[in-house]
Design a protein. Structure first.
Length: 119
């Protein structure tokens, strides 16, 4: 039975902020470091993030900078969610077409009934 690779099917969302900072500080175990480097090879976004964080010379500020970035991202996401809620949803074209056809059928039925001779 072949041994399964632990990094198979993993994504950068499997790595949390603490692991990234520990990698930059060099405090990961060799196994964790290998796993993260494998993910870095597979994900250019994650690789760019590590490169950017590694460029910071004052390692004590890494956690503060990461916290500021996370707070800014949360604010941006919240403002987009609020903006999205205010917009009316007009993308349900089939619903509008159904309502229009139903209205036309009602009007046509009313017209046909009025044109029928009365007894």
């Amino acid at each position: 039975m072949p041994k399964r690779n632990r990094t198979e099917g993993m994504h950068h969302s499997d790595i949390d902020e603490a692991q990234l900072l520990a990698y930059i500080e060099g405090s990961l175990t060799p196994e964790e470091q290998f796993r993260l480097e494998t993910l870095l090879d597979q994900d250019p976004f994650l690789s760019d993030a590590i490169d950017g964080l590694s460029a910071i010379e004052d390692k004590a500020q890494l956690r503060m900078i990461a916290g500021q970035i996370n707070a800014q991202l949360r604010r941006q996401i919240q403002s987009r969610r609020k903006h999205r809620r205010r917009r009316p949803r007009l993308d349900n074209h089939w619903g509008w077409i159904f309502v229009l056809v139903l209205l036309l059928l009602v009007l046509l039925s009313w017209w046909v009934i009025r044109q029928m001779p009365t007894r």
